[in-house]
Every structure is written in structure tokens, then in C-alpha cells.
Design a binder for this molecule. Structure first.
Ligand SMILES: Cc1ncc(COP(=O)(O)O)c(C=O)c1O
Length: 469
């Protein structure tokens, strides 16, 4: 069955969107005949149709109709330096002419790994993967082999990629439950395609709750605890440094492996990642995105004694298999080296964080001025928009809506409003990633001004069509 564009709830916004993005509409007709829902990543799904991009440079992308859009996807978080950074482009072009896949060890993979180790002291040993999903898959297996245990503890709503065990409870809705810790069990989540055999290996605990974590570790004796950088889905329910330090102490005291999933936060929130911000040393860390400068790539890094399960002839006598045709690919290595050299200056992190802070503040001023029941919040270079918000307006940058209550922050919002919100922003020249966006080093004060103006236009559209009051 093919999927065709269906209309937004009302005709005014829908008609304007279809007219402005006519070239994308045409491509969507074709892509719908090929890809389920016409897309190659679930997050890009949008009704009546998503935009199709032709080019991207700095903080902007250009769609197939020639519109310049201020981009807050930043390549799903990968493009901290902005799109097509000249140093990355040059490095990749040079390597392209030499070899894209020698099918051999090569010096660039060493140089790439040496840079990681300089920035992240916990990276005693490193293995490259092709994605963040592969990195978290590897992390769990390493922890299981090293400890001889099977269970995994994760936090409700945390996203670690899409392999069987971690995809459970990776987004709302969070089912109502009578379980002791107030979080649904793996079996209560709706995760089609994941077999009941997997459920028993997963223990889900509430975010930011050390007491629940401590009890769960005692009861289940897990191989590992995995935590997403600074909280579920790029900090929608932010975790703060004290909590991460608590997780480190608990896991150490109770002898379980602590995996910090820094696929998003790595090299972004600080050159040494969230672990640098918190002053902790995880046992294992997963990276991707910024790591490979916008090309595909990931890594698992960590304690040498744990990572040795990947080595031939290790003292455990159990070697974890790790093939992967594109592991440590030279193009990704070239891009990663160029990117990490710039990350090491500290400039990308500082600029992206400052711009996001300004944008959160200016958006909150706009929402107050226009009396919209939305707020902007988030840490570092993330900007989350919380619609249908009832509570005090933020008065400082550390403000946590609903005092951080994860069930209030991690809700599923009205689908029609969510679609219309993105379309209305696109009409105003802003490409926003769902309800959240990220800044890059390339976003400027002028981009912030234009983005606030774009939000004002979007609010008019949404009000005009009755989506919001
Ligand atoms: C925290 C986190 N872990 C893992 C992943 C999966 O990474 P990938 O999309 O490269 O498989 C993501 C992707 O967004 C992520 O945000």
C-alpha cells in the first residue's frame, strides 16, 4: 500500500505549505512509492509531506524549491560545526581520492582514536562502529561478557538506538502501571517485534531517582546500568551532574558496569562530553554523531580491562566477535579527525551553548508576550519546546518545568498540533526537529533573531487555524 500526503487539520496552513514546498510534494509522491511512509528515518516523517533538502551550509539548509531554512536538526545532532565546514570538506575530499575502503588497518583510524583519548580520559581503549546503535549494542555485550551477568538497567524514556533491548521504553507514551517503582515493565510497553524473551533482561527505572536505581541494582544484580547523556532524548528530562555522580558512586559500590551513552552529548556539551561536565569517569562510553564530523561512525570506549573482551586471547577466555565492513572507515576517520581538532579548541561547544541559551531566553520572552502556553527549556545546545504547559514561566536558564517531573515532561503531544507546528515553522523559514532543536557553532545572533520572528509567524498560523489559543 502506498502512502500519500494527507491534509493537515485545516486548509489555510495546509494550502500555504503545499504551495510553498511544491517541489518537496512532488518528491514525496515518488518516495512514498519506495519507502514506508516515504521516509528513511522515522523522525523525518511529516504530514502532509516532509521537505527535501538539496544542500546545507553553516546553519542553513536549502530545500529543493530553493528556500533557505535555518536548520535546528544539525544533522540529528552530528553537525556541531555547522554544515559543510571547510576543514571537514577538505579532509574528506583528500581522503576520497586516496581510498574509501582499503580493507586494511590504516593510520587515520589511529589518529582518530588518539584524538578521542586526548579529549576523553576514560577512553583507555576504543573500538569503532558505524552508528550509535551499534555502539550501545556493543556496550551491553561487553558488560555482559565481563561481568557474566545478563540484565540491563535503563531509565524510562531514554533513547539508545533501535536494537531489541534498548528500544523498549525509549519514548512516550509511558503506560500506566502498578509496578513498585512507578515505571511500566518492559512487557507493559508496546514494542512490536521485540520478543518476550528480551523483556526479562530489562529493568526500567524512573529517571533521576537514585533510590529506585539502588533498589533495582540490589534486586536484579545487572550486568550494567546505561544512562543517556544528560537525560532522555537529548535532555527532554534533564539529568544534572549530581545525579550522574550518584549513579557513578552507586554502580561502583555495587559492582555493576556504568555505561554513559554520549552519542548526542559527546564532544558537544563540552569537548570531553557530559562526563567532563559532571567530573565522572564512566566504565564504558558510547559515541557517534559529532565523533565522525557528519559522516557515519560510532565508537565504544572505556576501561582497558572491560574492553579486553574484544581482544584475542584475553584472560577471560571469551572473545566477543566484532566484525563490521565499515568499522573505522577512512572517510569517517578523516572527517572525525578534522572535526575533533576544532572541537578541542572549545569554540564549537561554547558558541553552540551560548546561542541556544539566548534562543531559549528570547523564545520565552516571545511566548510570554504573545500569551502562548508554551515554554522553551533545555541544557547546553538543546532547545526543547513544551506545549500545553501549565506552570510558572522560566526565570533562569536552569529552570526545570514541572520541577523536572518526568511524566509531565515526557508526554506524547497532540499529533495534529505537532505536525502543524513543524509545518508552520517551515513556512517561517525554520526547520525544527519535532519539539526540540539543537544549535551548532555556525548559528549566529542574526539566526536567533530570524528564528524568533519565524516562531511569531508560526504562532499566527497556528492561532489562525485554531490549533492553539
Ligand atoms: C543518545 C543516543 N544513543 C544512541 C543513538 C543511536 O545512534 P544512531 O542513530 O547513530 O544509531 C542516538 C541517536 O539519536 C542517541 O541520541
Amino acid at each position: 500500500m502506498s502512502v500519500t500526503a494527507t491534509a493537515l487539520k485545516t486548509s489555510r496552513l495546509d494550502a500555504a505549505y503545499r504551495e510553498k514546498f511544491a517541489g518537496s510534494a512532488k518528491l514525496y509522491e515518488r518516495s512514498s512509492q519506495l519507502f514506508p511512509s516515504g521516509v528513511t528515518h522515522d523522525s523525518r516523517y511529516l504530514q502532509p509531506f516532509p521537505i527535501f533538502a538539496n544542500e546545507a551550509s553553516g546553519s542553513k539548509k536549502i530545500d529543493v524549491d530553493g528556500h533557505e531554512l535555518i536548520d535546528f536538526w544539525t544533522g540529528h545532532g552530528a553537525m556541531l560545526l555547522g554544515h559543510s565546514h571547510p576543514a571537514v570538506v577538505e579532509a574528506v575530499q583528500k581522503q576520497m581520492a586516496k581510498s574509501t575502503h582499503p580493507g586494511a588497518c590504516h593510520e587515520l583510524e589511529i589518529e582518530w582514536a588518539e584524538r578521542i583519548r586526548r579529549l576523553v580520559p576514560s577512553a583507555e581503549r576504543i573500538r569503532f562502529t558505524n552508528s550509535g546503535t551499534e555502539a550501545t549494542l556493543m556496550a551491553l555485550r561487553v558488560a555482559r561478557i565481563a561481568t557474566g551477568r545478563t540484565k540491563v538497567i535503563k531509565f524510562a524514556g531514554h533513547f539508545h538506538g533501535w536494537h531489541d533491548i534498548v528500544i523498549i521504553s525509549s519514548e512516550p507514551p509511558h503506560p500506566a502501571t502498578t509496578s513498585a517503582n512507578g515505571v511500566a515493565t518492559a512487557a507493559e510497553y508496546d514494542t512490536p517485534g521485540v520478543t518476550p524473551g528480551v523483556y526479562g533482561d530489562l529493568v526500567i527505572v524512573p529517571p533521576n531517582d537514585l533510590e529506585a536505581l539502588s533498589k533495582a541494582i540490589d534486586e536484579h544484580q545487572p550486568a550494567c546500568v546505561i544512562h543517556e547523556g544528560n537525560g532522555s532524548r537529548w535532555g527532554a528530562v534533564p539529568a544534572r551532574a549530581n545525579f550522574i555522580r550518584g549513579v557513578r558512586q552507586l554502580t561502583q559500590a555495587k559492582g555493576t558496569v556504568f555505561i554513559l551513552d554520549e552519542v548526542i552529548t559527546g564532544f558537544r556539551v563540552a569537548p570531553g562530553g557530559f562526563q567532563e561536565v559532571c567530573g565522572v569517569v564512566p566504565d564504558l562510553t558510547t559515541f557517534a554523531k559529532v565523533l565522525a564530523g557528519g559522516l557515519p561512525g560510532g565508537a565504544l570506549v572505556g576501561r582497558a580491562d572491560l574492553m579486553q573482551v574484544l581482544a584475542y586471547g584475553n584472560p577471560l577466555g571469551k572473545k566477543m566477535k566484532h566484525p563490521g565492513t565499515y568499522n573505522g572507515n577512512p572517510l569517517s576517520a578523516a572527517a572525525g579527525i578534522a572535526a575533533l581538532d576544532i572541537v578541542a579548541t572549545g569554540v564549537p561547544t561554547r558558541r553552540a551553548n551560548e546561542t541556544a541559551k539566548k534562543l531559549r531566553r528570547d523564545l520565552n520572552e516571545l511566548f510570554a508576550k504573545l500569551s502562548v502556553n508554551w515554554i522553551a527549556y533545555g541544557d547546553f545546545s538543546a532547545i526543547k519546546i513544551l506545549p500545553e504547559y501549565e506552570g510558572p514561566r522560566p526565570d533562569h536558564d536552569d529552570f526545570l518545568p514541572y520541577n523536572g517531573d518526568w511524566r509531565q515532561l515526557d508526554r506524547k503531544f497532540d499529533a495534529a498540533l505537532s505536525q502543524a507546528f513543524r509545518c508552520a515553522l517551515l513556512l517561517g523559514g525554520i526547520d525544527w526537529m519535532g519539539w526540540g532543536g539543537s544549535t551548532s557553532m555556525a548559528h549566529s545572533d542574526e539566526d536567533v533573531e530570524r528564528t524568533v520572528a519565524g516562531f511569531a509567524t508560526a504562532i499566527e498560523w497556528l492561532r489562525g487555524d485554531g490549533f492553539i489559543q
